[in-house]
Write a protein that binds this ligand. Structure first.
Ligand SMILES: Nc1nc2c(ncn2[C@@H]2O[C@H](COP(=O)(O)OP(=O)(O)OP(=O)(O)O)[C@@H](O)[C@H]2O)c(=O)[nH]1
Ligand SMILES: [Mg+2]
Length: 290
């Protein structure tokens, strides 16, 4: 059952009772809102329903949507014309960085937002990473800038930016490695990569996206905390939304860290990416809408 359907089923009654509020808090925890936040939201909701005389589940869901709207944040991330744009994808192992790099290249090329893009193979660590990106590049007709495995990822990004400037590309999408080292290492390496790109890129055309896997729950919040400590994160990409569709983690991360969500991915095909729309997302989360 989809998460929204569970909420709809739970709040299907004419009169919401005390036990129902407790069950709702539990369900919001299951939806990845986090324990403390779920309690907070439900007690606020209960009070607000009492004040406004809302007794039934439907009304409660609508009031809940209004409340969560205050926390869910979206951001529109897109290359802007007139210069070279750089989008760097960050995130831990296996969340979908490489796949999302390719999806984004196609997304922006298909919409005419980019006329010439480069995929930069910043993951120089994992054995098959460069090949994986090359395969995407071939399928999409997008040039891939890579060096050999084990080379410095900062140098690859540097190269890609030079190369883009030389051939008139308007967009570099940088894939990066996802190994989770110690936090100190991670921070150091991120800072270094970020510095290299920031020194060459126009700050208004440089965006860092953190990719998080919607199926990993509260772990994603800890990942976001670690990455945000090292570099400014401009937006989230929520992947694997197809297999869980709980997705409350996007609200939890927005509330804790103020990071908005830019894109949602719900499948493995190139087309399975869409801009994050808070209203639609909340309808899905709460089982409102169709
Ligand atoms: N169902 C589903 N699968 C996805 C989605 N995004 C990525 N995947 C799959 O998740 C797996 C990992 O994706 P990658 O793009 O290789 O992830 P990564 O973050 O680059 O992984 P590393 O380079 O190992 O850190 C692949 O099998 C993808 O097809 C998504 O939105 N939905
Ligand atoms: Mg990868």
């Amino acid at each position: 059952m989809r998460f929204g359907d569970k909420i709809r089923k739970l709040l299907g009654m004419e009169v919401v009772g005390d036990d129902d509020w407790d069950d709702l808090a539990d369900l919001l925890v299951e939806g990845d809102l986090g324990a403390a936040f779920s309690e907070e939201v439900v007690s606020e909701l209960k009070a607000s329903c009492a004040r406004s005389g809302v007794k039934n589940g439907d009304g409660a869901r609508r009031a809940l949507k209004a409340m969560l709207s205050g926390y869910a944040r979206s951001v529109s991330i897109a290359p802007t014309p007139g210069g070279l744009n750089v989008v760097m994808l960050l995130g831990v192992n296996g969340v979908g960085k490489t796949t999302t790099s390719a999806k984004l290249a196609k997304y922006w090329i298909d919409r005419g937002v980019s006329s010439k893009a480069i995929l930069a193979a910043g993951d120089t660590f994992r054995a098959a990473a460069i090949e994986q990106l090359r395969a995407h590049g071939e399928r999409l007709g997008v040039r891939v800038v890579a060096q050999e495995r084990g080379s410095d990822s900062g140098a690859v990004l540097y190269d890609a930016l030079d190369s883009a400037a030389a051939d008139g590309s308007d967009l570099v999408i940088a894939d990066t490695a996802g190994r989770m080292h110690t936090k100190q290492n991670l921070i150091k390496e991120l800072e270094k990569m970020d510095k290299i790109v920031a020194a060459k890129a126009d700050p208004s055309r440089y965006r860092r996206l953190l990719v998080v896997d919607a199926t990993t729950g509260q772990n994603a919040l800890r990942q976001a905390e670690a990455f945000a400590e090292a570099v400014r994160i401009d937006g989230l990409v929520l992947t694997k939304y197809d297999s869980s569709a709980r997705g409350g983690i996007a609200i939890a991360i927005a509330k804790r860290l103020g990071i908005p969500t830019a894109f949602v991915c719900d499948g493995e095909r190139y087309e399975d990416i869409r801009p994050f729309d808070a209203d639609t997302y909340l309808d899905e989360f709460l089982g409102l809408g169709s």
